[in-house]
Structures are given as C-alpha cells and as structure tokens.
Design a protein around this ligand. Sequence first.
Ligand SMILES: *Cc1c(COP(=O)(O)O)cnc(C)c1O
Length: 393
Amino acid sequence: MTSSARPLLNRRLAEFGTTIFAEMSALAVRTGAINLGQGFPDTDGPEEVREAAVRALRDGRGNQYPPGPGVPELRAAVAAHQERRYGLAYDPDTEVLVTAGATEAIAACLLALVEPGDEVVALEPYYDSYAACVAMAGGRRVPVTLRPHEGTFRLDLDELRDAVTDRTRLLLINTPHNPTGTVLTRAELTAIAELAVERDLLVVTDEVYEHLVFDDAEHVPLATFPGMRERTVSIGSAGKTFSFTGWKVGWVTGSRELVGAVRSAKQFLTYVSSGPFQYAVAEALALPESYFSAFRDDLRAKRDLLSAGLADAGFSVFRTAGTYFVTTDVRPLGETDGFAFCRALPERAGVVAVPNAVFYDDREAGAPFVRFAFCKRKDVLEEAAERLRRLAG
Ligand SMILES: *Cc1c(COP(=O)(O)O)cnc(C)c1O
C-alpha cells in the first residue's frame, strides 16, 4: 500500500475485479471437480499444425520480431479464407492485421475507434473483456440484452434500435455468441446492418466461433451485407477454430482506413506476437474443408451429450446453435441464484460451471443462468453428465 488514500487501480478499471474464471478454476483444483467453466479444449489441435509450428521454430521463421501487420503468409491465408468462405475480398497488405488473439484485436479496435464519452452498444451477456476495453477507451457501454425465447436467446431489434443515440459510435456484435450459444439469423443481421447504415455507425464483429455452428445454423459475417464492408471490422482467431488457445493468434479484416486505425493502437499494445505460430496458423487456415466439418461434427456430438445430461439432471437447457457453450436455467432445480449455485456445485456434484450473471450489467436479468463448456473429451463429458445426474436424485 502507498500512504496516500488514493486507490491504486484507476477509476476506469475499479469495477472489474478478478475474473470469475480465476475463482472457479481455483475451486475446481481445490475440490477435484471437473472444470466445465472456462472455454478451452482439453485436447490439442491437429498434429500437422503443431508440426508446422515446430518447423517454423527450427527454420528460424518468426523467432525474431515478425512484421508489424503480421507475417505475409498469414495475412495472405486470412484474405484467402475470407474470400473463399464469404466472398469478401481484402488486400492482405493493407486490409488484414494479425493480433495477439482476438483479445488484443478487441482492445485495439476500441482504443482506436472510440473517443472518451462515445457510446458503444454491445449484446448482453457479453464476453468479459468487452466492458473492460470500452472502459479503458473511455467509452460508455450500452447493453442490449438477449432474452430467452422459445428455447434460445434472441435479440429484440426494437430494443437495439432504442439503444442507439446521437452519441453512439459503434456496435460491438458477437456471433456465434458466447455465452448463450445463439447464432444471429440472416434477418437479424440484415436489421443490424440497416441500422448501422442509417445511423452511420461503425461495427466491430467478434467472429471467433465462425466455424463452430451446428445443425441448420449459418454464420454470415456482417461485413457481407450492403453498405457494411466499409464500416465493419471483423475479428477472427485461431484459438477456438484449431484448438490452440495458448497460441494467441488472431486477426482483423476491414477497409484500409479502419485496419490502419486499429493498427495505430495495436502497435503500442504488443507491437507483434506469436512469431512462429503465425506460420503454423497460415497452414491451418488452408486445411481442407474436411477438417472444419469433422471438428464441427465432433463438437455437435459433445453438445448433444452434455445437453442431454443437463436435461436429465433437471436443468432447463437452451439450444446451442454455435460456440463451445451451453447455457442452462437453474430454476427448475429450485434455485434462483446462479452465483450461489456455481459456488456450491463442486461440492454437490463435482462439476464447475460459470454463472452467466458475470456477463451482465443487469445482474438480475442473468441471475438464473449458468454456462457449461462442452469442448472437452467425451469421457470427461460423460463423467460430468453422470455426476450432474446426482442433482436430480
Ligand atoms: C475466447 C474468446 C475471445 C478471445 O480469443 P483469443 O483469440 O483467445 O484472444 C474473444 N471473444 C470471444 C467471444 C471468445 O469466446
């Protein structure tokens, strides 16, 4: 402590304590519970991608500072991926920027594009770094809450329109959506795009789960809608798609002007990162479609396994259309407070989950919801489902 009465942590960040993941992961270690709290796979990604990283290290590629915008091989691979999948053409030299994961991309976008006092409209519940990054940029966050509707969480488009004011600078959109597992439909995206054009807003889209969509859900980047390419920064990441969350390789794509602005902030955050891994991710993005579909099929089966176990245990289970997560409602179990429920769950059932309330400004609105991650080995999910069934007994 200093002798001054002034708190060490500045006012912008004071409301953000330690993340719930630290508390819950410590609880998992202490109790030996199965950790379905944090969203990271317990199996590493493709062997050939790991080997590509080893080769890059051995060949001395990326061991020193890579170029500021990212290595040319990865920028070309990102541009090719956007073109092939979505018909979005970006110049790899000026319209693609490699970042230290999506996390740095989010921070750099907000620090670059937001003036103090600007309002940022974001879908609530939101990924935990959004609120902190808006605060660091001096912006004001304005949540639009996704509400339960027929077994999923949906966006109320009137609520979104009402949230936009003359002070709104940008929309921060995440689809496929963590933690609800919602994938915005073409109709919803059309409405968002029309609103952005009408109100002349910038849009930042977090698409880290773009490949993890199930059944008949479809991921459509907002940048593909009329009038959106020039106002949208799209964020991608290798972590979730290739099961290498420790590598921290992400990227943004957008117009030369937008990407140039984001680069201005990014160069003073990490400058560069993940040298050898950038070469490996360039190869990963060029994997055949069979890799992506097999990964998706595997995750869909895991979603089904865990969702069924949760339903048997007595939870009300929301349908997950994308991501690593399934959100549940604990009220059918006679509970009302997801926080208390998650704190007790390791002792009661030997499983760790996360209370969705931590992703809400409106804690009340998120109180009964609890998130479980299914990006784990099948035997781990089977054991977790078995343990959770105790809650029913
Ligand atoms: C995991 C996650 C991120 C962070 O991605 P990294 O590439 O690991 O930094 C960003 N947004 C959402 C919605 C996520 O779930």
